[in-house]
Design a protein around this ligand. Structure first.
Ligand SMILES: [Zn+2]
Ligand SMILES: [Zn+2]
Length: 71
């Protein structure tokens, strides 16, 4: 049993825990995506959850002042 976290296997945040294995590299930020984390496959590329959250926003119609129709 581990002396630090007293768990078998080690708690993931224990300094004795083995490094998690990166499964994918995010195409957006280049960071490793580890086993057990969410990964988003988009058009053949992999993105981490953080990039997806940053990319998502609500679609809001903005009235373009410079765009006029001549009727
Ligand atoms: Zn431990
Ligand atoms: Zn990312």
């Amino acid at each position: 049993m581990c002396d630090i976290c007293h768990q078998v296997p080690c708690h993931p945040r224990c300094p004795n825990a083995p490094d998690p294995i990166p499964v994918f590299i995010c195409s957006g930020c280049g960071q490793d995506i580890y086993e057990g984390e969410d990964v988003y496959h988009i058009l053949g590329e992999q993105f981490c959850e953080r990039c997806i959250n940053e990319a998502r926003e609500e679609a809001i119609y903005e009235d373009d002042e410079e765009f006029h129709f001549d009727i």
